[in-house]
Each structure stands twice: as C-alpha cells, then as structure tokens.
Design a protein around this ligand. Sequence first.
Ligand SMILES: Cc1cc2nc3c(=O)[nH]c(=O)nc-3n(C[C@H](O)[C@H](O)[C@H](O)COP(=O)(O)OP(=O)(O)OC[C@H]3O[C@@H](n4cnc5c(N)ncnc54)[C@H](O)[C@@H]3O)c2cc1C
Length: 420
Amino acid sequence: MASEEKKHIIILGAGVTGLQTALSLLTSPSTSHYSISIIAAQVPGDLAAEYTSPWAGGHWRSHATTAPEDKETREWDLRTYQYWTSLLQGKEGKVCGIPGCESRGEDDLGEMVFARMKATGLGFKESRNYWGKESLETIPDGSGLWWSSAVSSFQILNLLSESQLTCKPNPSSYSPHVSGGIPTTALFGVKYQSICINVPQYLTYLFSLVHSLGASVLQAHLDTSSGLQGVVEDVKRVFVTSPENSEDEGEKIAAVVNCMGLTAAKFLPEVEAEKSHPIRGQTILVKGEAAMARTFTDFGGGDELVYVIPRPGSKSTVLGGCKQAENYSSEIDEELSARILARIKEHHLADELLGDDGEFKILSTQVGFRPGRKGGSRVEIDTGGKIRGVSVIHSYGHAGAGYQNSVGSAEKIVRLVAEL
Ligand SMILES: Cc1cc2nc3c(=O)[nH]c(=O)nc-3n(C[C@H](O)[C@H](O)[C@H](O)COP(=O)(O)OP(=O)(O)OC[C@H]3O[C@@H](n4cnc5c(N)ncnc54)[C@H](O)[C@@H]3O)c2cc1C
C-alpha cells in the first residue's frame, strides 16, 4: 500500500510498553499496512515521576501465580523470556549498528550473546531467590512456581547442604564468593537463568530501533483534563501540527494505543481510574556488577524486600527495595536506604561489590512508581466504542512486570490491531 494511503496507529507513551508495542506492530506482517507513530511527554533519556520505565530494577522474575486468572500474564511473561533468550542468542529480533550482532555460526554463540548484550542492555544472569516464610510459591517440589519448567537451569536450593545445590553436577564449580550467602531465616530458595536488564540502555535500544524501522516520534504533553475523548482530540491536534503531517492525516488515524502508565488514571472514567495506583519503589545504584541477581522476600519486612540486580554491561547494580502501594512520595527515605544496605550486607547477598572498607560505593539513590492496577494490567480495546472514528486500545497497569511481560502483551496489541 502506498504510504499516503496508510492509516495511522498512534501509540501514547514511550516507556517499555509503548516502545515494545511500536516494535511489535512495526515488525508484524499482520500490521504492516499501518504507519506507526509515538506521542510521549517523556522519551528515553528523560526522567520524571510519571515515567516509570527508567527507574526499574529490573529482571525477569514472574510474579504470575498458578491461578487460572493469571493465565494470560503467564503467557506474556513466558513469551518475553523466550523472545529475549532468542534475541540474545541471535535467533530473533533486530539489532542495529553493532558488529557481530547480525549473523553467527554454530560455534560463536558466546560472542553473539556478548555482542547482543552490549547492543541491547539485556543479559543472561543467574538469579537466586529466597523466601522467608511459606507461601503458595514455596511448595518444596517447585510446583508453586509455574515458571520452574519454563526457565533454563531451574534448581531448588537445598539451604542446609554445604554446597547449596540439591543436584551437584559439578561441585568444584561452587564458589562461596560468587554464590554469596543464604539469608539465615530463609526457608526456601531456587536458582535459574534469568535475564537482567540495564534499563536505560534497553529503552534507548528500543527507541533507536523503532525509529530506524520507520516510527515517527512526537514529543508532546497531551491534555488529560477532558477525559478520554479530550485525549483523542488532543492526539489529532498534536499529530496534524507535526511538520510531517497535513490536516487530512488526522482523519486517517485508525487507533490510539494508551501506554501511558499511571497517567491513564487522569483521563479514564472514575470506575477505571480508581483501580490505578502507584506502587512506590526506592533503589540504590552501586558500583560494580554483581555476579548474579539475588532476592529475599517474605522475611517479615512488611512492604520491604531485598533485591540485588546487576545491570548487564554497565558495571553497576541496583539494590532494593520496597513495594509501597498508594505512596506518592518522591522524597528519598534515608532510613529505608540504610535498611536496604544493612540487609544485603547481613545476608551476604552482594559481598563481591563491597569495597576494602566494607561499604558499597553508592552512585545514586532513586524513587520510581510502578503503575499498579487492582485486578491486574489492562490490555484490551476500550468498550466505549470509537471516538471520532478512532479505536482506543489500552495497555497500562503493568505494575512491577512491565519489562518481563512487554513482548507478550505487545503481541496481544498486534492481534487486536490486526482485527480492527
Ligand atoms: C523500582 C522498580 C523496579 C522494577 N523492577 C522491575 C523488574 O524487575 N521487572 C519488570 O518487568 N518490571 C519492573 N518494574 C516495573 C516496570 O518498570 C513498569 O511496569 C514499566 O516501566 C511500565 O512501563 P510503561 O511503559 O507502561 O509506563 P511508563 O514507563 O510510565 O511510560 C509512560 C509513558 O507515558 C507518557 N506520558 C505520561 N503522561 C503523558 C501525557 N500527559 N502526555 C503524553 N505522554 C504522557 C510518559 O512520558 C511515558 O513515555 C519496576 C519498577 C520500579 C519502579
């Protein structure tokens, strides 16, 4: 179809949800007859409280349960794990401008993974997760974790055994320095091959890629004061005032995809808006790249937890954290920072990052707000019908899982757009 006849899909937001949605729409044959544009107040490189993506830890650790209502989330998380694995192995996905990224022989997988890690900010890392109390996840055979059979190298840790491993394929590979400590109050632990994300780099990678594939990006703050209809009208106004577009282009907008995270609550009807809420996270970025990701949850710290997430290729690691629902404070809580550091030291979860003085070298401390939503994320066509001829599709409320479900949820958007 000639480009002047193409209809437009406008994605609202340039966080991981908006960027991955753009990428999936641009690369899917079923939506290749649309031109793709992004309108966002903030883009990669910007920092703002209403822009969650740059503040994430982040790594793949599914929070979906084995319950029937989490079926779709499980599928999204699984798809993202599989896609990222293939992307790093050079079997799937596009990467631009990095030598060694585009082809590989059978014997240079390690080089390919390294080159793609450098290009994308994603990296394979072992993750060790510990729980301090029994929950639906801590069933001794691992069946409480739906993903135990989906991820690579999953093992239940024998916390009492000297080597920590239930199976010891190669006991000589055990190194106390690299494996770190086991929280003394942990009653269950697992390890598996996770994928960690250097989030600023990954966002920049996605942003450059969608741009190179033809998406246009308009940086603008949309007016959210007149409800969803007002947002759609403002989208049309912003779109046609871009030098690239004439007045008639506004009439060729087929759909807008709302990937605006927490901002969705500002323009959706009250019944929807009141489901959305921030889940505050506070993290400390420290010097050095931890050998693996480590988490410790349910230890009696209320809405606080412990995590260590290396940012691949960055020589830095994120230490956390907390999940404080309905807390809007962007002030750093210094006492919380002290507790985070003390817990990680107490349980020896990142000893390899401690300096000779026994302290972490702190690079920055930050607060981010996960876009929480009661009932889980919303990825669907708006039930209110078209607005001025434009379909509205939502993808927001991804809470603490926006990275790890990004590919799967974006592919649902592709299916919804293809059916318009
Ligand atoms: C501390 C912390 C740790 C986390 N760890 C993980 C993890 O390990 N794994 C994981 O999967 N997830 C993690 N998350 C969650 C993840 O970061 C979010 O789910 C994800 O970033 C949400 O992305 P989004 O694109 O939906 O929203 P956002 O990133 O918030 O993007 C919203 C977009 O909408 C735009 N926008 C907002 N208002 C307007 C307006 N009025 N006009 C125009 N544009 C507007 C913004 O500019 C932005 O571009 C973590 C989050 C935090 C805070």
